[in-house]
Design a protein around this ligand. Structure first.
Ligand code: ATP
Ligand code: MG
Length: 419
């Protein structure tokens, strides 16, 4: 017996309806915001993530599934969705299509992490990436799309936290202030923080070590260092969110786990699933397209973790639509009536009805038992008498009532009943 790899999960047939519900909500959200689906490979050249995600991030430092393929290339399973979409955008010259370009994806992601509730090695993201628009309206629209998606799922108890981490101009000032602040404390900070001090001091604010967290608590706040443009942008985003009825709190400590962010960053946090509370997160990344070799074009996006949303929905008793069940099970008794049952079921399926007949060569009694277990709404048993009279009793399994229906009119009967 070979077991499933650590940190991965199967979606069992009786639970897949929950996945479908979440994915449908994602697609419906994308549709009303006029966002088109894109699909990129599960693996890319490692270089893309080194440059795209950032060499000082945990993702690149510790979490990537990287291997050499048989042709000697360094390949990495995608740890997140943005870098691949940006590569696609550049490689296909999409900058010359009408802007903004709004895209979404539902994709597996891979990170070599310590598995725990809400933290897996293979997980799935619904992500949105919008290219070409630098306006504050875009930020507000993207956050509104994320919140629309969460509302569709009925997860209302999340808190939206937003921050601005500025642009290259204000970041330079801020990094200087951070370094001045951290310099005298460096000796007491972890090795990762010490390495980040030179390369990317902003990252130090993201450290999860207790000693480092105590020190970072009093660090200068980026919001005090924003340049005029970034400040105006952030104020406008906040005004627009309020106008759209989206509630938020400003959390000046959000810096996000990936290096490419600029200006607006945000997280939807839940307190109902333990430590891994971020169910959806994103932000603006105005330099990434250019850094990966494309035009200097602004962009913004978010990604929501599907497993975490599922966990949150299950923990808070959110309701899912019912799992799929046969509308009718048609049982037969012998070769002739079984053949008739198959004929009826085939006809119903042609009309788009979820109908079932026996594939297991079961007795009528056993067929009936199976039909009941499978949750069929109606059961019809065709015997010799039924065939001779050309009518069958259709039993409503919910209330036990039976209705005599002409064998050729089962579809119209079900259609009437479904209304
Ligand atoms: P965290 O701080 O929880 O590690 P992150 O900053 O690494 O999150 P992002 O890279 O922003 O996460 O990914 C977006 C979303 O994907 C997260 O908000 C979360 O819902 C989900 N996610 C990230 N890593 C995992 C994982 N290992 N397992 C399951 N879901 C994940
Ligand atoms: Mg992480």
């Amino acid at each position: 017996m070979i077991n499933i790899p650590k940190g991965t999960k199967d979606v069992l047939p009786e639970l897949s309806y929950k996945w479908r519900f979440i994915e449908n909500a994602a697609r419906e959200t994308a549709e009303i915001f006029n966002i088109n689906e894109v699909r990129t490979p599960v693996f890319e050249h490692t270089e893309l993530f080194l440059r795209g995600v950032g060499e000082t991030t945990d993702v690149v430092n510790k979490e990537m599934y990287t291997f050499e393929d048989k042709g000697g290339r360094s390949i990495t399973l995608k740890p997140e969705g943005t870098a691949g979409v940006v590569r696609m955008f550049i490689e296909n010259g999409l900058a010359s299509t009408p802007m903004p370009l709004k895209t979404f994806y539902i994709t597996p992601c891979f990170r070599y992490e310590r598995p725990q509730a809400g933290r897996l090695r293979e997980f799935h993201q619904f992500g949105v990436e919008v290219f070409g628009a630098k306006s504050a309206e875009t930020d507000a629209e993207i956050i509104f799309a994320a919140s629309t998606f969460l509302n569709k799922l009925g997860v209302s108890k999340t808190e939206l936290q937003i921050n601005s981490i500025g642009c290259r101009i204000c970041r330079a000032e801020y990094n200087k202030a951070l370094k001045d602040y951290f310099r005298p404390h460096l000796g007491k900070m972890c090795a990762t923080c010490r390495a980040r001090f030179d390369k990317n001091p902003l990252r130090m604010l993201d450290c999860k070590e207790e000693d480092c967290k105590k020190i970072t608590a009093n660090a200068p706040k980026i919001l005090d260092y924003l340049c005029g443009d970034c400040k105006t942008h952030f104020e406008k985003v906040k005004r627009l969110l309020t106008a759209q009825g989206v509630k938020y709190v400003v959390n000046p400590r959000i810096v996000r786990g990936l290096d490419y962010y600029t200006k607006t960053v945000f997280e939807f946090i839940s307190t109902d699933i333990g430590a891994q509370g971020a169910v959806c997160a994103g932000g603006r990344y105005d330099n990434l397209v250019e850094e990966l070799g494309g035009a200097a074009l602004p962009a913004i996006g978010f990604a929501a973790g599907i497993e975490r949303l599922l966990l949150l929905m299950e923990n808070t008793g959110a309701s899912f639509p019912a799992a799929q069940k046969p509308l009718i099970y048609v049982a037969g008794m012998d070769d002739i009536t079984r053949a008739k049952a198959f004929e009826i079921v085939a006809e119903l399926r042609l009309n788009g009805i979820n109908a079932e007949a026996d594939l297991m060569e079961r007795s009528v009694k056993a067929q009936f038992k199976y039909a009941d277990k499978s949750g069929a709404h109606y059961v019809a048993v065709i015997g010799g008498n039924e065939l001779a009279a050309n009518t069958v009793n259709i039993k409503n399994m919910a209330d036990g009532t039976q209705t005599a229906v002409n064998l050729n009119e089962i579809y119209s009967y079900l259609k009437k009943e479904k209304k």
